[in-house]
Design a protein around this ligand. Structure first.
Ligand SMILES: Nc1nc2c(ncn2[C@@H]2O[C@H](COP(=O)(O)OP(=O)(O)OP(=O)(O)O)[C@@H](O)[C@H]2O)c(=O)[nH]1
Ligand SMILES: [Mg+2]
Ligand SMILES: [Zn+2]
Length: 298
């Protein structure tokens, strides 16, 4: 038996990078299938060689962490890419994704891409954009901005990748593959203009793949998504994943305060005082109801 890491999953095949750095095309054939575990990119696995250089994944080793979307395991950090325009930012989706990665206990940084597209807009639009960015820096997220001809931010992002396993995630068309191509030109990942008619990306990247970066890092390019469901999250855990609310919760009068209607709620007080962004509170309320509704239906 040999050991390796799954670097790509496609049409029922797992591409395992062995300890000798060769890529072995494998099928799954192990006890883990009975337990309902399906191998993910990023999984450390044991495999055996079959005929003509292909192989079989026999065992999936214990995971450090895993994400449902994009499906990947054992990453050190998530870089969430959100474009300033084309497509326009969908803040609720951003907040939802931040809950998703917080639930997986993963460090997440935000990359606001395509900032060059704001240059032609008026002051109001630019101020609105500045406000959106400030919302996330004030919560404590590390925020990066990229633009077509900006090499400086690229260097900062490159430094972030050094020695780590990173995954890029975000809607289709925000420029994930383009960013990786600029950082590692050898990758030559496929990119494509967004549909001007629909204002969204064309789902150009179709699979999750880990690409080696530097001496011991990996970066994963992933397909864009525009929808995300809450799995295994109850309403009373939700506020924990809104970090600016989580740190205030102890100040609420009632234990298990939902921050929706109880009196003496520290979260709503902070909202009234302008210390919590109304957009974030809106997302919280929206998700709260969504989780409730999901529970009711299933
Ligand atoms: N103006 C501008 N356009 C950009 C920038 N980065 C990427 N683009 C364009 O955005 C389009 C989509 O880029 P992709 O890299 O294919 O987007 P993606 O996030 O990988 O999309 P999926 O693979 O579908 O998830 C391409 O036409 C890129 O040239 C940028 O910084 N500024
Ligand atoms: Mg792509
Ligand atoms: Zn409260």
């Amino acid at each position: 038996m040999a050991n390796g890491i799954i670097v790509k999953a496609l049409s029922g095949f797992y591409y395992v990078k062995s300890e000798q750095s060769e890529i072995v095309e494998c099928r799954a054939r192990g006890q883990f299938k009975l337990k309902g575990i399906s191998p993910l990119v990023g999984d450390h696995v044991s495999f055996e060689y079959g005929a003509n250089g292909s192989g079989y994944v026999l065992e999936v080793h214990e995971r450090k962490n895993e994400l449902v979307r994009p499906p990947i395991a054992n990453v050190d950090q998530v870089l969430l890419v959100f474009s300033a325009r084309e497509p326009n930012p969908n803040q609720q989706l951003l907040d939802k994704f931040l809950v998703h990665t917080a639930q997986a206990d993963l460090t997440t940084h935000i990359i606001f891409s395509k900032c060059d597209l704001l240059a032609s807009e008026d002051d109001d639009a630019r101020q609105e954009w500045e406000q959106l960015k400030r919302t996330y820096t004030e919560i404590g997220y590390q925020v990066f901005e990229t633009a077509r001809d900006d090499d400086e931010s690229l260097e900062r992002i490159r430094a972030l990748f050094e020695g780590k396993i990173s995954v890029l995630a975000g809607q289709s068309g925000v420029g994930k593959s383009s960013l990786l191509n600029r950082i590692s030109p050898d990758l030559q990942l496929q990119t494509q203009e967004i549909s001007q008619k629909l204002g969204r990306g064309k789902h150009t990247t179709r699979h999750v793949e880990l690409h080696p970066f530097g001496d011991d890092g990996y970066i994963a390019d992933t397909p864009g998504f525009s929808q995300l469901d809450f799995f295994g999250l109850s309403v009373d855990q939700l506020a924990e994943h809104f970090f600016e609310m989580a740190e205030l919760q102890d100040g609420c009068k009632f234990r298990g305060c939902s921050h929706l209607h109880e009196p003496s709620c520290a979260v709503r007080d902070a909202l009234d005082a302008g210390r919590i962004a109304p957009s974030r509170y809106e997302s919280y309320k929206h998700f709260y109801n969504e989780i409730k509704e999901m529970k009711r239906r299933y």
